[in-house]
Design a protein around this ligand. Structure first.
Ligand code: CTP
Length: 402
């Protein structure tokens, strides 16, 4: 049982709370261990005894229970889980999650966790469609919270519309799919470039740009999370190395190209680095002195285009080569031309116009352009862009395997 996946199920108040018993039963049938937190509202609809009987484990309810804390600290509860599942999730708990409140055990566990969170909302149609709930939904999604349902249908209150808890089977399937997603790219190799490059002027000075590397690092992490054997070639950044990723630290564009070529073969390459277009033609071997001649003039020469080089036809060409394009106007037109010029398969066009608010922000406005498609993604965080891209890459290879 040690390899069994573990779900921390949070049952909040709602007429559909009884369905959580069926969710537990079906999760356990699939070998997934379940431990429950029952909110005070939830306890109005199901009893701790029934949850405990079905889950085969103790049920947690109070934040400051001395006996519970002695057995299992409330932080430990979420540490022990692979996934936190809130089902049913009321409008109230969604609002508290959005605000980051920690006023009961359930919200404390949700705030204290760095584990993935999946939510199955259940509420009256007017509560669901209320702008407050929809704003909470959008902000939770932007943080990476996963959602299953709600469904549309007859409600206990006699109304009809969206807000019904997803069926237990749908919830369990979503959980299973989530656990399986960790192997969708298993057996495939991925290469990602990230960050800026530093082009030496002399041993202590260099030309650089403001790239943070956040997007490229997130992509490497997302590909590794789906099971790809991932190499990240990173220019200088202040970011920690992603987990389960082979990281090659480089400085210049030349070093980045050499590290990329050295990392081939690869099935997919994603070039997210902001590679300097130019380098100093003859970088000095010794520190330049101020001297009498005044400021030196620097002659620049073109750097290799790593994306174009990786996309060149040949035995070592990754099967899927993906680049980025930062555009301020005519986004689709310019990115389409860039895709052809560089010879890559997909371009993620990044709208960096002043109106888009992308520059300096944590969000991205992406258009994915390929030979036969051009799709606009909703505005989302860089982490979400990474997760979406990794999903798309997985779907691409799955459709070719089929
Ligand atoms: N790229 C690269 N090597 C370079 C320059 C760019 O690998 N020497 C990659 C980047 O990682 C990115 C894409 O090419 O995937 C961006 O192409 P680029 O021509 O630099 O486009 P923009 O940054 O959008 O700039 P511009 O519109 O000025 O061409």
């Amino acid at each position: 049982m040690s390899n069994a996946k573990r779900v921390l199920l949070i049952v909040s108040g709602g007429i559909a709370a009884y369905k959580s018993l069926e969710v537990i039963r079906r999760l356990r049938e699939r070998g997934i261990a379940v431990r429950c937190i029952l909110t005070a509202g939830g306890a109005q609809f199901v009893t701790p005894l029934s949850l405990s009987a079905i889950s085969g484990d103790k049920v947690y309810g109070e934040l400051f229970s001395l006996t519970d804390e002695a057995e299992m600290g409330h932080i430990q509860l979420s540490r022990d889980a692979d996934l936190l599942l809130v089902a049913p999730a009321t409008a109230d708990i969604l609002a508290r999650m959005t605000q980051g409140l920690a006023n009961d055990l359930a919200t404390t566990a949700l705030l204290a966790t760095d584990k993935p969170v999946m939510v199955a909302p259940s509420m009256n149609v007017r509560m669901w469609t209320h702008p407050a709930t929809q704003a909470n939904l959008a902000s939770l999604k932007a943080r990476g919270t996963l959602f299953v349902g709600p469904n549309e249908g007859d409600m206990a209150c006699g109304e009809y519309g969206p807000g019904r808890l997803a069926e237990p089977e749908e919830i369990v399937t979503a959980v299973e799919r989530f656990f399986q997603s960790g192997s969708r790219l298993e057996g495939l190799r991925a290469l990602v470039t990230s960050g800026p490059t530093h082009e030496a002027i002399d041993p202590v000075r260099y030309i650089a740009n403001r790239s943070s590397g956040k997007q490229g690092h997130a992509i490497a992490q997302a590909l590794a999370d789906l099971g790809a054997d991932t190499t990240l070639v990173s220019g200088p950044t202040s970011l920690p190395d992603p987990e389960r990723v082979r990281v090659k630290h480089v400085r210049s564009a030349e070093e980045m190209l050499a590290a990329c070529l050295d990392s081939l073969p690869s099935d997919v390459a994603v070039c997210a680095a902001a590679v300097a277009d130019w380098k100093v033609a003859a970088a000095a071997n010794q520190k330049l002195k101020k001297g009498d001649e005044g400021p030196p003039s620097l002659t620049l020469t073109a750097n290799p285009d790593i994306l174009a080089r990786l996309a060149e036809p040949g035995a070592q060409r990754p099967r899927l080569v993906i680049g980025f394009a930062a555009e301020t106007e005519k986004v689709i037109e310019h990115a389409t031309a860039k895709r052809q010029r560089k010879g890559c398969d997909w371009i993620l066009a990044n709208d960096v116009s002043a109106e888009s608010g992308t520059f300096g922000g944590d969000d991205n406005s992406i258009h994915l352009i390929s030979a036969d498609a051009n799709e606009s993604w909703p505005r989302m965080s860089k982490r979400q862009v990474a997760a979406c891209l990794a999903e798309r890459v997985a779907t691409h290879f799955e459709s070719r395997r089929a």
